[in-house]
Design a protein. Structure first.
Length: 285
């Protein structure tokens, strides 16, 4: 497994020297992709070659437009966007393109709750979306992977496995954000959630987010907050041990922080926790 953070990447090849310095300071081995849609194919290929020369894994890029929009024309446009990103990612040698399932909510916001998103109809429509995205693509490196979110059917391990098995495509799989999969049933037993997830889905995991979660009991109703690694309820001893069973170049990212000092804190904690668990992150240098 390789550690990285979403604020770390070089905008172009000229930034690789500074990028390598930063990565080596924090013991990192992977980065997210730059803005692929603003680059020419030649620039994309050259960037990927430079990253490999420096032992950097480009693990993922995201396409966050709502794929389950109620507007059919917008949906077709976003499917085309996802296909373009997969082709460009494959040129670069980026491991994956991540999307969410999305939502039918009138706001057109992917994270908004809507009753349709838990139904068989939602599963059928998103299956159609996935097949349209993957249709005819000859991807040599890049996988199309879905990040779980509580507002959709793609949330719990058994349901995720069922959907991935239905698609049954070698370039399709799971973006594992284990924190996103926590429910009230397993908030105090993330160990079992982790084991169930890996037992069912370990061969379908192609990129990972590392986060932690804690209850805000001062709020009148249910409210959970994303917190720094180690400040929440996630069983990181078990999580890191199970991740270490997967391919050594698996990219694992911290995210959702604005300051480098915040990322540095989480990187340091993760190296410490990995050492306690008897595993280690593979570093660039």
């Amino acid at each position: 497994m390789r550690l990285g953070g979403h604020f770390h990447h070089a905008g172009d090849i000229s930034g690789f020297d500074k990028l390598c310095e930063d990565m080596d300071t924090h013991g990192l081995g992977c980065v997210s992709a730059p803005d692929l849609m603003s680059m020419t194919d030649d620039e994309i290929v050259a960037y990927g070659e430079e990253a490999r020369k420096r032992n950097i894994v480009i693990g993922e890029t995201g396409m966050w437009a709502n794929l389950m929009t109620a507007n059919a024309d917008d949906q077709t446009e976003r499917i085309a966007m996802a296909r373009d990103m997969l082709v460009k990612s494959d040129l670069m040698g980026c491991h994956s393109v991540v999307t969410l399932v999305g939502s039918k909510h009138p706001s057109d916001h992917s994270l908004a709750m809507h009753e349709f998103m838990k139904t068989q109809g939602a599963k059928d429509e998103f299956y159609d979306v996935v097949m349209r995205i993957l249709d005819g693509l000859d991807l040599k490196t890049t996988k199309y992977i879905i990040e779980p979110w509580h507002n959709t059917f793609f949330y719990k391990p058994v349901d995720i496995k069922e959907f991935i098995d239905r698609v049954d495509h070698p370039a399709f799989g799971l973006h594992l954000d284990q924190m996103n999969m926590v429910s009230q049933d397993d908030f105090f037993d993330t160990t079992s959630l982790i084991d169930t997830t890996f037992d069912l889905l370990s061969d379908k995991v192609f990129s990972v987010h590392l986060k932690d979660i804690r209850e805000d009991y001062t709020h009148m109703f249910l409210k959970w907050d994303e917190v720094y690694i180690g400040d929440g309820v996630m069983d990181y001893d078990r999580y890191l041990k199970r991740l270490a069973e997967l391919p050594e170049d698996l990219p694992c990212y911290c995210e959702h922080m604005s300051l480098e000092t915040e990322f540095a804190l989480c990187f340091a904690r993760l190296h410490h926790l990995a050492g306690k668990a008897g595993v280690a992150f593979k570093r660039r240098a």
